[in-house]
Design a protein around this ligand. Structure first.
Ligand code: AR6
Length: 170
């Protein structure tokens, strides 16, 4: 069974066990997908995030989904590209995905959906990011029965085309 799916959609619409948020270290919201998730989840999400004390780049934390169709939100913080050596940014991007998957597995979650972390405001080159993300997720799934399914949710056409090509679909 192919445990990796690709869609082009707004991640806040998905009825899955967990959606992943491309957050910042404060966990107090922002623009992009983070803003969309906070708007759709309602003010309860921000109130909950205020109690968490932030999150370092490459790490991940889990919260309820509140008003979202998704049961949980896994908040991870990607690297700000250009603010550190490229190799460090690559390592932190892989950690962000791996730690999100660890949390999902630890909570017995079956279906988790990821946006294209760090490829918006944080400026990570999309092609390089997709390469790292796909190999990190494949490697994790090879060693773990959970999550059963990982959905890559692309919002912009460019990311969608890159993932389509790299995953060998369509
Ligand atoms: N559903 C799915 N993907 C989306 C959505 C959506 N509703 N909206 C945007 N994207 P970004 P980053 C895609 O900038 O680069 C925030 O202010 C978008 O097309 O949201 O990790 C945080 O608070 C892009 O491919 O996240 C941080 O400060 C991807 O989401 C900072 O931005 C990531 O773009 C994080 O920057």
């Amino acid at each position: 069974m192919n445990r990796i799916k690709l869609i082009k959609d707004d991640i806040t619409r998905l009825d899955v066990d967990a959606i992943v948020n491309a957050a910042n270290r404060s966990l107090l919201g922002g623009g992009g997908v983070d803003g969309a998730i906070h708007r759709a989840a309602g003010p309860e999400l921000l109130a909950h995030c205020r109690t968490l004390g932030g999150c370092e780049a490459g790490e991940a934390v889990i919260t309820p989904g509140f008003r979202l169709p998704a049961r949980y939100v896994i908040h991870t913080v990607g690297p700000v590209y250009g603010s550190m050596p490229a190799a460090e940014a690559e390592r932190l991007l892989a950690n962000a995905y791996r730690n999100s998957l660890e949390l999902a597995a630890g909570h017995q979650l079956k279906v988790i959906a990821f946006p294209n972390i760090s490829t918006g405001v944080y400026g990570f080159p999309k092609e390089k990011a997709a390469e790292i993300v796909i190999s990190t997720v494949r490697e994790f799934l090879a060693g773990s029965e959970l999550p059963e399914e990982v959905i890559f949710v692309c919002f912009d056409d460019e990311n969608f085309r890159i993932y389509e090509r790299m995953l060998g679909v369509n």
